[in-house]
Design a protein around this ligand. Structure first.
Ligand code: GLP
Length: 241
């Protein structure tokens, strides 16, 4: 695993954007695995800036997102589809039909999970998968569990995740308790994984993921078995590694 220790959030966002743009320049029709959460927002802003300057193009890029809340319409402001449009896709030259997010509104969730796995497989898996990290070690919405979930699946979010994500929702608005997430199978099938971490409240999760036992109790620990992981963090998040 390669670690980039950056001085602050701006620097780590720039580094992650650099790795992603290098991938697109190397392979203009790259498949990018994308993540939501607060941490990748700076990375997306930097990519938007460089794309608008004309440094590289997303015209042939395809994207697959990790997860989506169950029960939120794509137009709901807190849906991950909406998040991706607002924070990234609406500002770059990507074709909307080349961007994929699980359908949290599907009537038959089991069929939707199977469809999403098949979609990611048919795209040849991600050339580069961008990941954030939950405070409890989750990746995508793969929450701590007794075993690793290989396939896309519906998950009951833990109280700590619901609480952490409540900041994105308005007062009185309830945070969904279930989500659909890519499993660790698709994530680990990505050729390169870039994880972004920022802030002291991620330091323990980073330590457990990198230096702890490989266990589904800390889902990110499975990344120790991947041969091309790049961790990009600020000093606070990397305090124990
Ligand atoms: C959500 C997302 C994850 C993300 C995590 C951390 O739970 N499903 O993909 O990594 O939040 O988010 P943040 O970067 O805001 O700490």
């Amino acid at each position: 695993m390669r670690i980039y220790r950056e001085k602050d959030y701006t620097a780590l966002s720039r580094r992650a954007a650099n790795l992603i743009s290098a991938e697109i320049i190397r392979k203009p029709d790259s498949v990018l695995g994308l993540a939501t959460g607060g941490t990748p927002v700076g990375t997306y802003s930097q990519l938007i800036e460089w794309n608008q300057k004309g440094d590289f193009s997303f015209a042939e890029v395809k994207t697959v997102n990790l997860d989506e809340y169950q029960g939120l319409l794509p137009e709901h402001p807190q849906s991950y589809r909406c998040f991706m449009q607002e924070k990234f896709f609406d500002h770059i030259d990507i074709k909307k039909e080349n961007t994929f997010v699980p359908n949290g509104e599907a009537e038959d969730m089991e069929a939707e999970c199977a469809r999403y796995d098949e979609l990611v497989r048919s795209l040849g898996y991600a050339d580069l998968q961008l990941l954030g990290l939950g405070r409890n070690g989750h990746i995508g919405f793969n929450e701590p569990s007794d075993f690793f979930h290989k396939e896309t699946h519906l998950v009951d979010l833990t109280e700590s995740t619901i609480e952490a994500n409540a900041r994105f929702f308005g007062e009185g608005e309830s945070v969904p308790r279930r989500a659909i997430t890519m499993g660790v199978g698709c994530i680990m099938a990505a050729r390169r994984i870039v994880m972004v971490v920022s802030g002291a409240n991620k330091a323990e999760a980073v330590r457990d993921a990198l230096l702890g036992a490989i266990t589904p109790r800390c889902p990110a620990s499975i990344l120790q078995l991947h041969n091309d992981v790049v961790l990009v963090g600020d000093e606070e998040a990397l305090a124990y590694v």
